[in-house]
Design a protein around this ligand. Sequence first.
Ligand code: HCA
Ligand code: CU
Length: 384
Amino acid sequence: MPFNHYSIIESTLREGEQFSTATFTTGQKLEIAGMLDQFGVEMLEMTSPSASPQSEADIRAVVNAGLRARILTHIRCNLEDARRALDTGVQGLDVVIGTSPQLIQHSHGKSIRQIIDLAAEVMGYIRGQRPDIILRFSTEDTFRSREADLLRVYLAIADLGLVNRLGVADTVGVATPTQVAAMVHQLVRLTHLDIEFHGHNDSGCAIANACAALEAGATHIDTTILGIGERNGITPLGGLIARLYTLDRTYVSKYNLRLLPALDQLIADTCEIGIPFSNYITGASAFIHKAGIHAKAVLADPGTYEILRPEDFGLNREIAIGHRLTGWNAIRDRAETLGLSLPDDTIREVTRTIKKRADDAPLSLAAIDDLLREAAGAVQEQPV
Ligand code: HCA
Ligand code: CU
């Protein structure tokens, strides 16, 4: 069962750094890495040391932080990048080269034959230098590459016997879950190597594609916190967790789920973006129930309208009651919370008042509490 032994390659410190408003200081990188390590992700991917002097120094700083997570860096397929990356002491190298006609033409200009020869040279060099390193080879823009080209490249690399993992990358967010499953399944069947999926979210399939990859036998999924990355980003860590949790909570029980809100907030603050209202688990309205029918059922059993339990993430549910869709069960629950025991008729009357007033504008909780207390006073004043 792939869901029982998959690993997260958390790429906030690589793909995430490519997000429009992300520029992490060394201190911020250490903080993010430390919190992700506590959360329990298995691997942290960092920007190539070839990107800038600070990028190189930051890898060394994170490598020396003594984290449990393995530290990887992400490099282009060339000897110079490989040499610099090996020098940082990382535990893994993620090597990538474009194979789609678009990238062959406009990125590196190499033929498929030349790609295979270069990759063989680079993989051989890395393995020769560090027999113990975790080595991954990935094609960039996998899903716009010709299938025959991909198979030639992947099989040639697999046959070298040098890499631990093959990566497939939906670089432009164009793949469907069916296409991802077919590609991953093919690689699992043909190579028996670990398979990684990296998916962009341009057309909204990044989480579904990651799930399809796991179902087809992928062993590693790339994520970033809040999904930050190039353009509108990749599979978000919290979204992947929500997807897997709702299949079976045990699939994510290895992670410290209560740290998720702090992780999302840290990146929202660092990148100066808000957490979207629609965000998985940590969006402001993720656990707010509103309509009277929903509120009644949730008060009886939260499982009626909640597939994720907020308390598992250190969060609370909220029942919104000051609006025209409210119901008297929710108002009664509020009265009970206030310690007021009111007859049902009175509760129904207060509910009618709230609905009427909320037709003009929603009522605050304080305003509702006042109405309930007033009603309680009136009830007490009545002769017995
Ligand atoms: C990039 C491209 C990449 C690589 C993914 C991978 C992509 O920014 O270098 O190495 O698996 O989306 O293709 O992020
Ligand atoms: Cu990417």
